[in-house]
Ligand binder design. Sequence first.
Ligand code: GDG
Length: 422
Amino acid sequence: MRAYDGAWVGWTGSPDDAPPPFSTDDMDLVPVPLSAEEIALYYEGFSNATLWPLYHDVIVQPEYHREWWDAYRAVNQRFARAAAEVAAENAVVFIQDYQLQLVPQLLRELRPDLKIGFFLHIPFPPTELFAQLPWRRQILEGLLGADLVGFQRAGAASNFEALAENFASATLVDETLVLDHGREVLARSFPISIEVEEVAKLADDPDVQQRAATVREEVGSPKYILLGVDRLDYTKGIGHRLKAFGELLAQGDITPEEAVLVQVATPSRERVEAYQTLRDDVELAVGRINGDYGRIGHPAVHYLHSSYDRPELVSLLLAADVMVVTPLRDGMNLVAKEYVSARSDLRGALVLSEFAGAADEMGDGAFLVNPHDIDGLKRTMLAAMRLAPDEAEQRMKLLRDHVLSHDIGRWATEILTALRAI
Ligand code: GDG
């Protein structure tokens, strides 16, 4: 937002909080209010208990409630009006993510002069799953209000094209969706990335490096530190990771002196029921492993249910011998890219789920894995721990070649250039 000249229209994150537009930190912000009831129905409900599980392979059963849908429509309408009010003549409006899928069409009705882009940060499901949604046609028509619909993976763009043909009377002609009245919509993948510089700078900071060394001592100076950093979300495969790690200890493939797992699980969506159940399940699994294999002062799993500042997070990335990223489904996964950006020392190994969008770009250097295959996951975690330094270096070089040259700035340039070219 700072690199481009524009206003950011968004919710502040607290109920009934709608200060007038203001500027801060080199950005112009336009707050849109949500009431406590809308947060429950629109945000925790339709966004996070209907769309989120539906778009992530139905790992948890999505709930379909008509009141949630009504709230989703009303809030999308409010965002569309707010954007219509502040956008200049012929401006570009770039709409982000699954909470706002109706905005492209609603905004086009209000302001046909605008150029409208949309980017979905999470996966877009295949017809077999998306077809469950009682409001499938409305969501597709909402998205088709954009000129350009961007996805993380090429497969997601194909899913969208097939669905738009099936349920929303669009026709695919030469990779462009053509609507009834002739308007064209382009669906394409634009894999998102991170601000590589920010992470690299922190990783170069002597204080951060010193902290990484202290972390290693604090967890008992083991041979291997395995690290997971995730929002505590059922899509992230934290349970599968714990199961594999626990079995490696149980079978004596590794000892608790040799290897520890540090798992940062940032609190997330704590009022949504599935997240409360997940927290119980994860904490039970951590307790079991530590009960069986920990000693006084030396747990096998260091489980951290809190969020940390960026320097602390980068210290952890530097301390980790193996970064374990095992989502069951993930739009991209930025943590994998952050790990690689931090490792200018060319050490460490990345275990990466093939179900993360990042697998499309990082398959050459990472250890790709199917997290459902617990034996495969165990073998892969072991191989990553025992990786010879020269092979680790080769793999990390391949990873860094890609990530360092594909940062968030490049993503923004590519998607906005594609949008302007339409
Ligand atoms: C969605 C999609 C897609 C985590 N804990 C702390 C912390 N984090 C930071 C990480 C990373 C970010 O949060 C998480 O990004 P992810 O990509 O891993 O996952 P989601 O939150 O699910 O993001 C995902 C992404 O959108 C972008 O399109 O990649 O697939 O699900 O940057 O480092 N940051 C701090 N303290 C923490 O404790 N400061």
